[in-house]
Design a protein. Structure first.
Length: 424
C-alpha cells in the first residue's frame, strides 16, 4: 500500500470514527456518571464543543504540509476537549484515543510531545479518573503512563520513520524525473548531433570520392590522352614516312584502348591493370618499357633491396606516383635520360624518379594554381598522405629533377596474396 492510499484510508477513518466514539463515550458517561443536571449539561456541552471543533477546524491529513499552523491549532483544541471530557468522566477515554488519529497533523518532532500528552490523559482514565489519584494509585498511574508513553513513542517513531522514507522516496522520484528530463534533452541533442555527423560523413564521402575520381582521371584519361596526342602529332610529322607514321598511329590506338580500360577500372575502383598480373617491381618495369615506347626517352628501372609484396593499397600509390612522375617528365622536363629506382628497406619502401631535364622551381607549382598546373603533384602528395607516406621533390632550373615517394613498409604474407588478388 502506497502513501496516498494510506492517507485516503486515514482520512475516511477520521471523518467517521471520532464522532461514533464520542457518541458512545457520552452514552457511557451519562449512564455511569452523576444524575445531576449540571453534570449532564457539562457532559453534553463539552461533547458538542468537541464535535463542532472537529467539524469546523478539521484539516485533511493530505494537506498537513500546506496547512501546518491550522493543523497544529486543531490538534491543541482537540486535546483540550479530550482533557476536559476525561476529567469529567473516565469513560470519555473511548473518545480520547481519537487524539492518536489526528497527531499526524502536528509537524515534525512535535508529534512526540503531543502523543505523550494524550497518553497522560489516557492513563488518568485507566486509573479511574482524577478522584483516584492519591496514595499508591500514583504509582499505578505513572506505571500506566510509562507503558502508554513507550507504546505511543514506538508508534510515533515508526510513523515518523515512514514519513521520512516517504519524503526520501518523493525526493528520489523528483531526482529521477529530473534525470529523465535531462536524459531526454541529451538524447534530443545527440539526435541533432547524429544528424549533423551523418550529413558531414556523407559530405566527406562525396568529397573523398570526388578526390579519388579526380586522381584516377588525371592518372588514366589525362595521361592517356596526352600520350595519344603526342603519337598523333608524331604521325603528322611523319606524313611522308609510311612505316613510322603507321607505328605512331598503332601506338595511339593501343594507348586509346588501354586508357579506355583503365577508365573503366577507375570507375569500378579496381587496381591498375599492371598490378593485376604482377607485383610492383615487374609492374614498374612494364610501365618504364611502355613509357619509353611512347615518349622515346630511355628509362633505367632498378630495384634495390629484397623485394617483398606490399599491401595492395601501398603498391597502387607507388605505381601512380611513378606514372605521374614520368608523365611530368615527358610533358615538362625535356630530358634525355630517366632513372627509376624502387628501394626496399626495413621500415619503408621508396620510389625515386630522376631525370636530366631542364628542372623547375617546386615552390612555383606545388600550390596548384587555378589554371591546373601542378595538380598532379598535389594529387600525388594527397595519395601518399592517405597511406602514411610522404613526397619530396628536389629540382633547380637547368639541373634536372628528383621525385622521391615513400610509404611505410607494411608487407604482405605470401599465404594471403591469393586472397588479396581475388578481392581486388
Amino acid at each position: 500500500m502506497n502513501t496516498q492510499e494510506r492517507e485516503r484510508q486515514m482520512e475516511a477513518t477520521t471523518k467517521v470514527l471520532p464522532y461514533v466514539a464520542l457518541v458512545v463515550a457520552l452514552g457511557l458517561a451519562l449512564v455511569t456518571g452523576s444524575s445531576s443536571t449540571g453534570y449532564r449539561v457539562a457532559a453534553v456541552g463539552l461533547s458538542a464543543v468537541a464535535a463542532l471543533w472537529m467539524a469546523l477546524m478539521h484539516t485533511p491529513i493530505r494537506q498537513r504540509d500546506e496547512r501546518k499552523v491550522r493543523g497544529t491549532v486543531f490538534y491543541l483544541g482537540l486535546l483540550a476537549c479530550i482533557a476536559g471530557l476525561i476529567l469529567l468522566n473516565p469513560f470519555f477515554a473511548v473518545f480520547g484515543w481519537s487524539g492518536y488519529l489526528f497527531v499526524a497533523l502536528v509537524p515534525g518532532w512535535w508529534k512526540l510531545p503531543a502523543m505523550i500528552a494524550n497518553a497522560g490523559l489516557m492513563a488518568v482514565s485507566e486509573v479511574g479518573g482524577t478522584a483516584q489519584l492519591h496514595g499508591l494509585v500514583w504509582i499505578a498511574y505513572f506505571g500506566l503512563f510509562a507503558v502508554n508513553t513507550f507504546i505511543v513513542g514506538m508508534l510515533t517513531k515508526a510513523g515518523m520513520d515512514e514519513e521520512l522514507r516517504n519524503e526520501q522516496r518523493i525526493k528520489e522520484i523528483g531526482e529521477l524525473s529530473e534525470a529523465n528530463r535531462r536524459l531526454a534533452q541529451t538524447m534530443e541533442e545527440n539526435a541533432g548531433l547524429h544528424a549533423q555527423l551523418v550529413v558531414q560523413a556523407r559530405e566527406a564521402g562525396i568529397f573523398d570520392e570526388r578526390q579519388r575520381m579526380a586522381g584516377e582521371i588525371h592518372d588514366t584519361l589525362a595521361q592517356g590522352l596526352m600520350g595519344i596526342l603526342a603519337q598523333l602529332e608524331a604521325a603528322d610529322l611523319a606524313e611522308h614516312d609510311g612505316p613510322r607514321r603507321r607505328r605512331h598511329l598503332g601506338l595511339a590506338k593501343e594507348l586509346a584502348r588501354e586508357s579506355l580500360a583503365e577508365a573503366r577500372r577507375s570507375v569500378q575502383a579496381l587496381r591498375p591493370r599492371q598490378l593485376e598480373a604482377a607485383r610492383l617491381p615487374e609492374a614498374l618495369r612494364d610501365l618504364a618499357k611502355q613509357w619509353t615506347q611512347t615518349s622515346g626517352i630511355p628509362v633505367r628501372a632498378e630495384v634495390d633491396g629484397e623485394p617483398s609484396p606490399l599491401q595492395p593499397a601501398l603498391e597502387v600509390v607507388l605505381f601512380r606516383a611513378a606514372q605521374e612522375a614520368l608523365a611530368n617528365t615527358a610533358k615538362h622536363a625535356e630530358a634525355a635520360h630517366v632513372g627509376m629506382t624502387l628501394t626496399y628497406m626495413h621500415d619503408q619502401v621508396s620510389l625515386d624518379v630522376l631525370d636530366d631535364g631542364k628542372g623547375f622551381d617546386p615552390d612555383a607549382v606545388e600550390p596548384a594554381p587555378a589554371n591546373g598546373t601542378g595538380y598532379g603533384l598535389s594529387a600525388m602528395r594527397h595519395r601518399l598522405r592517405q597511406v602514411g607516406g610522404s613526397l619530396e621533390i628536389e629540382s633547380t632550373p637547368g639541373d634536372g629533377t628528383t621525385v622521391s615517394a615513400s610509404v611505410p613498409a607494411l608487407y604482405f604474407h605470401e599465404r594471403n596474396q591469393g586472397n588479396e588478388a581475388g578481392q581486388a
